[in-house]
Design a protein around this ligand. Sequence first.
Ligand SMILES: CC[C@@H](C(=O)O)C(=O)SCCNC(=O)CCNC(=O)[C@H](O)C(C)(C)COP(=O)(O)OP(=O)(O)OC[C@H]1O[C@@H](n2cnc3c(N)ncnc32)[C@H](O)[C@@H]1OP(=O)(O)O
Ligand SMILES: [Co+2]
Length: 137
Amino acid sequence: MLTNLEHLGLAVNDLEAATILYTTLLGQEPYKREHVESEAVDTVFFQVGGSKIELLAGTSPNSAITKYLEKKPDGIHHVAFAVTDIRAEMARLRAAGFTLLNEEPKRGADNKLVCFIHPKSANGVLVELCQDMVPLT
Ligand SMILES: CC[C@@H](C(=O)O)C(=O)SCCNC(=O)CCNC(=O)[C@H](O)C(C)(C)COP(=O)(O)OP(=O)(O)OC[C@H]1O[C@@H](n2cnc3c(N)ncnc32)[C@H](O)[C@@H]1OP(=O)(O)O
Ligand SMILES: [Co+2]
């Protein structure tokens, strides 16, 4: 089940400048910075009520963010929804005709398992599903 808007992913060319701007705009400091090597991105997170703003800067020419910013200006890159059971949602959306960009959930930022849906199958919007990772005991 999709529960809430987990985050908006914003692609930025200058992470430090964007962090200063959003700190002022939101009136609060980010709660987390994280490098995600598998996506070749540096991230900065702000909490906004029950959702988050995720600033993303590419760290390699192969990063999806770097490639996106070669064609587009800074702006909204993806919309992420929280899900309770990512595999069930992936199966449901696959059966409904959406194109999943990863066949298995993968590790994202902020302790999440994630899956992306191709924007061409989602009305031009890159969609991310996020499930909380259960901590190992
Ligand atoms: C930090 C981890 C994680 C988290 O936990 O939150 C993240 O958020 S990581 C975020 C970065 N990672 C990803 O975006 C992974 C998923 N994305 C992809 O696999 C690719 O970016 C893509 C969506 C498949 C596009 O790659 P590619 O086909 O190589 O790029 P093109 O430039 O050729 O684009 C093809 C086509 O798609 C349009 N497009 C691309 N990106 C977006 C987008 N973000 N939103 C909307 N549309 C997008 C692009 O404009 C092209 O359209 P046409 O020109 O009409 O063909
Ligand atoms: Co994201």
